[in-house]
Design a protein around this ligand. Structure first.
Ligand SMILES: NC(=O)c1ccc[n+]([C@@H]2O[C@H](COP(=O)([O-])OP(=O)(O)OC[C@H]3O[C@@H](n4cnc5c(N)ncnc54)[C@H](OP(=O)(O)O)[C@@H]3O)[C@@H](O)[C@H]2O)c1
Length: 310
């Protein structure tokens, strides 16, 4: 079968013929209908991810929509083998049957990106109706879905902060109450505070680094900051007084820590919103033959969801 295979850490995977994957106990080999490329896949392939390193050469990709033996489509949060491939090894008990009315591309977008967006708001921040939300790094797939999820979950005010001009335009189109440019300006803290209109109850932080430091002063007392991604920087020097001054809570979030039940329920909430048209993101389908090109484009923040279709 054809698959995108990583031969060396830090390299771009190569689409090539490789051996059919083999299923173990409790597993089966299923056809991949659509697969996502996510920052975590790039991080694993760089060799710098905090989780276990794969043995190379290895097919890449972790999430997919697969077709079961009965012909039904399911979402697969994490395959045993790589998903940028014609077929993947699947733990049968990890499949989540797709709701009606969702396309395979949307079903992928609702996966890693959707779970991070909805899960960080619901399980990470415990967002309550009527609270105000700041999304730092709002122009990517997770950020765009987080904006819409916050609106659906009843946030009273939703503000999106993003770096690029094009990204800010995307965020504005989502009907946010304000946008803030992450342009490196020294006055970022003041602009975030002005956009907060009284202080944010929740911050979903997809970037870390200087934007997070600037956001500390824009939080409301007892505000919750959920650290989800570090696109801007892996480290910050965090002033203790900034946390103490408002009794802020800073917590991390990874969808990998959701229980299987939480993961399925959260996925179905996001997928249901996609199917109903209350959450949307542009999806670009790319043939498996062009997966290497898609991989490089994902590294450059495409502002929409790239979905590989075998
Ligand atoms: N914890 C979890 O469970 C989980 C799950 C999924 C994803 N994530 C993380 O969430 C983050 C977003 O994922 P994604 O799929 O949305 O990625 P994406 O679509 O590639 O978007 C990344 C965004 O980061 C922004 N960005 C990159 N460098 C930046 C910088 N130096 N300063 C400010 N913004 C910067 C880009 O904005 P501009 O182009 O506008 O500059 C881009 O929109 C990633 O860090 C990813 O690893 C975490």
């Amino acid at each position: 079968m054809k698959a995108a295979v990583l031969h060396g850490f830090g390299q771009v995977p190569v689409v090539e013929e490789c051996d059919e994957p083999e299923a173990g106990d409790g597993e089966e080999v299923l056809d991949v209908i659509a697969a996502g490329i996510n920052p975590v896949d790039l991080a694993i392939a760089s060799g710098g991810f905090y989780g276990p390193r794969p043995q190379l050469p290895a097919p890449v990709g972790s999430e997919a929509v697969v077709r079961g033996g009965d012909g039904r489509l399911s979402y697969l949060p994490k395959a045993v083998s790589g998903t940028l491939a014609e077929r993947a090894v699947v733990r049968t008990d990890s499949l989540i049957a797709l709701p009606d009315g969702i396309s395979p591309g949307q079903a992928v977008a609702a996966g890693v990106a959707g779970l991070a967006a909805w899960g960080s708001l619901q399980h990470g921040a415990g967002l309550r109706s009527g609270e105000s939300v700041l999304v730092l790094g709002a122009s990517g797939a997770v950020g765009q879905i987080a904006i819409q999820a916050a609106q659906l979950l009843g946030a009273s005010r939703v503000v999106g902060a993003a770096r690029s001009e094009e990204g800010l335009e995307h965020v504005a189109e989502l009907g946010v109450d304000a946008t803030v440019a992450l342009d490196g300006g020294a006055d970022l803290g003041e602009r975030l505070s002005a956009a907060a209109d009284g202080g944010f109850d929740v911050c979903i932080d997809l970037v870390y680094g200087p934007p997070l430091l600037a956001a500390l002063g824009a939080m409301a007392p007892l505000g919750r900051i959920v650290q989800v991604g570090s696109a801007a920087a892996p480290d910050v020097t965090l002033p203790a007084a900034a946390l103490r001054a408002r009794n802020l809570l800073l917590t991390g979030y990874t969808s990998a820590r959701l229980s299987p039940e939480q993961r399925a329920a959260t996925y179905l909430a996001v997928a249901g919103a996609f199917a109903a048209g209350t959450v949307a993101i542009e999806i670009e389908e790319i043939p498996l033959e062009n997966a290497a090109q898609a991989w490089s484009r994902q590294a450059g923040s495409p502002h929409h969801k790239l979905v590989v279709v075998p």
